[in-house]
Design a protein around this ligand. Sequence first.
Ligand SMILES: N[C@@H](CCC(=O)N[C@@H](CS)C(=O)NCC(=O)O)C(=O)O
Length: 222
Amino acid sequence: MGKLTLYGIDGSPPVRSVLLTLNALGLPFEYKVINLFGGDHLKPEFLKMNPLHTVPTLDDDGFYLYDSHAINAYLVAKYGKNDKESLYPKDLQQRAIVDQRLHYDSSVFGSTARAITFPLIRENQTEIAQAKIDALSGVYETLNLFLKSTDYLAGNNLTIADFSVIAVLSGMVVFLEVDARKFPNLAGWVQRIKKLPYYEEANGSKVTQFTDFLKSKNFTIV
Ligand SMILES: N[C@@H](CCC(=O)N[C@@H](CS)C(=O)NCC(=O)O)C(=O)O
C-alpha cells in the first residue's frame, strides 16, 4: 500500500472520526497537525490539496480527499479486509443504512453542534440560547431511537457511522450530558464505544483538548 497522511488537529470531531477509522483498520499513517488558529489551512500548499481548507484531509499517495465521511468510507472500501469490511458493509441495504446515519451526522448533528460551538470559538460569544441546547437534546432523542433495538447506530455491527457520531457527541457532552434516564440506549452505546481498544488513543485522549477549550469559554445558557 501507498503512504497515508492525515492532515488534522486533535480538537476537530471529523478528524477524530478518521483517527478512529485508521486505528480500527490498523493502518499505518502519518499525522500532520494543521493549526487552524495559526492559518495553516489557508496556506497555498494546503489549498492545493483541499480548496475548502478543511480538516480532515487525507493524502493517499497523491490522491487527496476531504470530508471525514467520504474519507472513512474510502478507507474501509479500499483497505478493510475480512472482518474489517463490516465497518462499511458491501451489502447494499446495510450500506444504505450506514449512509443514512452518516448523512444525519453530516447534516443534522453537524449543524446542530456547529451552531453551538462556532459563536463560542470564532465570535467569542459566551451566551448560548437554550433553543440550541433543546435542538441538541432532539438529536440525542433521534440517536436514542436509532439504537432502540441494535447495539450500534446502523445495526448490530460497529460501523463508521458510530465513529462519526461519537467524535461529535464526546464534545457536545460539555453542553448536554447524555442522561441515562432520558436516553438509555444512547448512554449504553457510549459505554460500548468507549470500550473499543483504540478508543482512548484515537478519540478519548484527544477530545479533552476540545472540551477543556470549550469549558474555558465560561459560557452560560440563556
Ligand atoms: N463535513 C466536514 C467538516 C470539516 C470541517 O468543517 N472541519 C473544520 C474543523 S472541525 C475546519 O477545518 N474548519 C476550518 C475552515 O473551515 O476553514 C467533514 O466531515 O470533514
